[in-house]
Design a protein around this ligand. Sequence first.
Ligand code: HH2
Length: 296
Amino acid sequence: MNQNFRQDRVTGAGDLIRGPGPVLVGILNVTPDSFSDGGEFRDVEAAVARAERMLDEGAHVIDVGGESTRPGSDPISPEEEMRRVVPVICEILDERPDAVISIDTYRARTAEAGLEAGASIVNDVTALRGDGEMVKIVADAGCPVILMHMQGEPKTMQKNPQYDDVVREVRDFLEERADYAVSCGVEPENIVLDPGIGFGKTAEHNLALLRRLDAIADIGFPVLVGASRKGFIGGITGVDEARERIFGTVVATVLAYERGATFFRVHDVRANREALAMAEAILGTGLGFPRGNQTR
Ligand code: HH2
């Protein structure tokens, strides 16, 4: 166990992911170029205000990212990524010491810096393939990790995504990545799987995965869905402006919940929380949303 990580935080995050009921992960992009909110939360003050608002609206986790992975995006340097995210994590925790923070990065050094600053979950869109050192950071920290499927890399992934059977291939990939993580010392109860909506997938691929999320949930780990405001929702609903794709997003959230997803990475926390509260009530699955902001 790496003692630089704040053990109380990591334990709290583990309890959170193992708890019952849906988990709302609020998106905080500290980037100039994210697809729906790029540039909005670049300075620390604006980013912290956004995080606090999402916590007040019911987010259980704040996912802080310093590099856009939107289709066509270029990577930035690790130094720049750390410069963007570490002060924001520190400042959120100064204001809200109980906040659970995940760090959205595929770089081990950034993950390590984020964990040292007080983040307690690693969200890796490469599912531990992007940086050979990442699995060790996660295993040593004993923290939860989100393993996401992506075909190709952000720069080119939407050019011509191809699958014979998208559900089977994504399922097999995630199962293999979870096995790899466990073989390297990650605790199985710290793993969350994510089909990677919009990452090397056409609208049809995204819809097939959302329709058959039960196949991903059957692997035996909690499932995260990140459909919020994404392009395929714009294509279906005719809403060009990403930040206006709230209605399409909440339908994706609710139907994903019905099919077994329990983590939802969203921009619009309040709308998704209210939709999930209704879904829980109708399905009779709920323990009752809303619960305390950060303690479940
Ligand atoms: N989507 C994005 C970024 N990180 N992480 C997980 N686990 N799952 C996702 O679906 C996911 C993710 C892309 O969305 P966003 O952060 O809003 O935009 P950008 O990459 O342009 O910053």
